[in-house]
Structures are given as C-alpha cells and as structure tokens.
Design a protein around this ligand. Structure first.
Ligand code: SF4
Length: 462
C-alpha cells in the first residue's frame, strides 16, 4: 500500500541532486542524532572521529553533486528545507580546512578526507549506499548504512521502508487500477481521495494541507523567477551558460511577431531551464520528484498560473494528482536515475506534469491517466549519463524537453476518442524492467554515454 505523502515527494531543499545531495544530508543528520544519543549514554569526550564511505553511483558522481558538502551540513544538523545555501555551497572550498562540529557540550573535528569515495567496490545492494562510522581511539563504536533511494528519500539498512514510519492513508491503493476503482466505488473524485489520504498521513485538516502546499508552490515559483533573472556560467568547468533569461526574452519577441506556437514552446522551455539552472547552481528548489528533474513541474505550474490564469487552488489540486502519479511510479518502479536511469527521473516528472496539465485543463481522470502513460511511454530507455557527474549536460535541456513532451502528452490524450492500448500500470512496469536491463554505465555513474563521449572523462579522481 502506498504511504508516501505529497510533502515527502515534493520536498524543499538545495540542488543539485536529491539522491546525491538531499538524501546524504538527511542520512548524515540522522546519524548525528544517533551519535548524540550514544554520547548521552556513554561518557566519551576525546579521541572521537566520524568517517564516511560512499559507494556506487554516490562515489562515482558525488563530487559533481556536492555530496561531501551535503554530508557536512547534515552532520551539523541541517535539514534540506532549512539549510543555509550560501554556507553549504562554500563548504570544503579549501581542502585542508578542519570543521569543528558541535555535539551538545562537545565538538568533533571533521575534514574532507574523512569522506572516502570508494569507486572500486560497493558491498551493499543499492547503487547509492553510504556508511557512517563513529570512532573512539580509532575503534568503531557506532555504525550505520543508508541507501539514498531517489527523490531525497533514504532507507536505513536493516529497517524495512514500510516500518520506518507508522502511518496509514485513508484509502489504500498500490497502483493506478486500484486508485481508479476506489474513486468509482466510493463515488469520490481523485482529488477528494488524495486529499483525505494527505489529511490522514499528515494528521491535519484540509485547510492545513492547502496551506502547507502553498509553501511548496512558492518555492517552485521563486525558483522559476530567480532563474529567469539570472545570467552567467554555471560552476563545474563545463562552460554551461544559463539560458533561461534569453529564452524568455525570445518568447516575448516571438509573441510580438505573432509566432504564437513558437512562443508557447519558448515560454515553457524558459520556465524549465530557469529552475533546472537554479538546481544546477545549488539553489533552493523542490524535488519534483527529484532534483535532476526539478524543472518540469515548476515550468508547468508557471505556465498554468502566469499564462493561462488557472486558479491557484486548481493548480494545487493538479499537483496532488501529479503527486499520485509519482507515488505509483516510486512504489512500483523507482524515481531514481541511479536505479533505473533518466527515464525514472525526467520520465516520471513528465508523466506527473502531463497529469497536472490535464487536470488543470479540466480533463476526466481517464484522460489524466492516459496523458501520464503517454508521457512515460515516450521516455522509456532514457539513460542517465551526466557529464562530469554534474547535473547540467544533458539534465538541464532534458527538463525543457520533458516539459514539452508532458504538454504534448496532455494534448494527445485530451483529443483521444479510442481507449489506450497500454495502461499506465503497464508502462510503469515496462519502465522498471527496462531500467533493470540498462547497464550500470547509464545509471548516474558517469561511466558511459554522453559522460564519456568526446573526450569527457569519468568522474572518479578527476
Ligand atoms: S541525466 Fe537525468 S537522471 Fe541523470 S542526473 Fe541528469 S536529470 Fe538526473
């Protein structure tokens, strides 16, 4: 049964990666609490150290994604939504700096070399694994392994995900077919079902859910706004120029010249580039459902609110429907590029945005589901091969394309007279199988595809 809440899927936090930045930060913050509890019961003051080891895709592309900085922030007790972005992005600017991290009445020193990027082996089952060890006089006294399973979600080794938090939605469903059946049996709209689930999962009223959603919506809008005003070159050495501002200007010019179709594309591209560039710059965004794919849903939101004058409440309801698409993909396949390639990130975001567009334009549930299916179907097989392990090429443009594909999926579904041959649940299963068949080179390890073409080397050691 799906127990994920809207607010777990749409999390506020820093870029550039939900699995490589937000997840490790949350894991480190969790381990910090374990250290604090341990120290309360054991009177140890000196010769204490913390060591961290990263494995698999986390080791391969962790540098480019700022995983080391996120871990340090987490050890300081920062959580993604509250972290000081300026401070975070300056961590480890100088390799030799020693940080003195407060743990109640004492401090523990921590340096960049205390994080080991293990490029050679991963003893754990998940491609994004990280191990924390707390040592006294060089002996391990506490240890924990976490898996960063995509979208900023973490799972601690030895604890089943479902048992990590006891919570129950009002209406239990595992896939789209079951959700549609609930809506029909209970004579409830999909938004009513999702809203009542959120109220049960978050133990709050309908008004409080919409109020909490407002904060998420505002961060999405802010990321688009900031991105449209920013210029310059993104850091990381790829010489990637920000293009959102110029693209938006071009949209206005196209409109003035009555080239409305081109202008529509340019606008949506500009909105998607804006948030994706902000994400690449390590700024505050919303995982939607991940950071790598964080530009698509805010672009849809910006278009609906700014250009179509869709009421804010309708957009919030549409976001609930988009979240439902994300829940089903996450529970039955994955939203992680390290697990199933970019089809799981940008493909999932496009399917969610297609549902949002469809809901906002007044379509029935059957059309919403078909739009999500079309959007996912035409991202199948998409590899994750970020150059230098940075969330820039191909990620930023990929968000712009994902937005256009999501909109087109809505258009294709809305005019459809015949019943779809492939169901949404089937395409999710195909996405899972396709992702499992993908070579590890194409799952956020920067060891294949674009990442190693044209002279671009692999990340490890570079
Ligand atoms: S290629 Fe796709 S999945 Fe990989 S980091 Fe970029 S956006 Fe994420």
């Amino acid at each position: 049964m799906i127990t994920t809440s809207f607010f777990e899927l749409f999390k506020i936090g820093p870029g550039p990666s939900s699995s490589h930045t937000m997840g490790p930060m949350r894991a480190a913050a969790h381990f910090r609490q374990e250290i604090i509890s341990f120290l309360r019961e054991n009177n140890l003051k000196n010769n204490l150290k913390i060591k961290v080891e990263l494995y698999g895709a986390l080791a391969a592309t962790g540098h480019g994604h700022g995983t080391h900085r996120a871990i340090l922030a987490g050890l300081y007790g920062d959580e993604p939504a509250q972290v000081d972005i300026e401070r975070l992005n300056h961590f480890f600017e100088k390799k030799e700096v020693t940080y003195s991290i407060p743990f109640e009445d004492m401090r523990i020193s921590f340096k960049e070399e205390d994080i080991f990027f293990n490029y050679k082996s991963n003893p754990y089952w998940h491609p994004n694994s990280l191990k924390f060890v707390f040592l006294h006089q060089e002996h391990a006294i506490l240890q924990a392994v976490f898996y960063s399973i995509g979208g900023g979600f973490i799972q601690k080794e030895g604890i089943e995900p479902k048992h990590q938090e006891e919570k129950k939605p009002k209406y239990g469903y595992q896939n789209m077919a079951e959700l549609v059946a609930i809506c029909e049996d209970k004579k409830r709209s999909v938004v009513q079902v999702l809203l009542e689930n959120e109220m049960a999962l978050n133990d709050c009223s309908k008004a409080e859910i919409y109020e909490k959603m407002e904060a998420v919506l505002q961060v999405m809008e802010d990321s688009v706004r900031r991105g449209l005003q920013s210029e310059g070159v993104l850091s990381g050495g790829l010489n990637v120029h920000r293009r959102a501002k110029a693209m938006y200007k071009n949209a206005l010019k196209l409109e003035a010249n009555k080239r409305y179709a081109d202008a529509l594309f340019a606008r949506m591209n500009a909105y998607a580039l804006a948030t994706s560039e902000e994400n690449a710059a390590g700024q505050l965004i919303v995982t939607a459902p991940t950071n790598g794919a964080a530009g698509i849903i805010p672009a849809a939101v910006a278009y609906l609110l700014n250009d179509c004058q869709i009421p804010r409440l309708t957009v919030k309801k549409g976001l609930l429907v988009a979240a439902m698409v994300g829940f089903i993909i996450k529970d039955n396949a994955s939203i992680s590029g390290a697990e199933l390639g970019c089809q799981a990130e940008v493909g999932s975001a496009a399917a969610m945005a297609a549902a949002l567009f469809s809901y906002a334009f007044g379509e029935q549930l059957s059309t919403i589901v078909t739009a999500a299916e079309i959007a996912m179907e035409h991202h199948l097989g998409m590899t994750c091969d970020p150059i230098k392990g940075l969330v820039q090429i191909p990620c930023i443009e990929r968000n712009a394309n994902g937005t256009i594909k999501a909109y087109n999926a809505y258009v294709l579904a809305s005019g459809r007279q015949s019943k779809a041959v492939i169901s949404f649940d089937q395409v999710v299963e195909v996405m899972r199988q396709t992702g499992e068949d993908l070579s590890a080179k194409y799952k956020e390890t920067a060891t294949g595809g674009l990442a190693t073409s044209f002279g671009w080397g692999n990340m490890p050691g570079s």
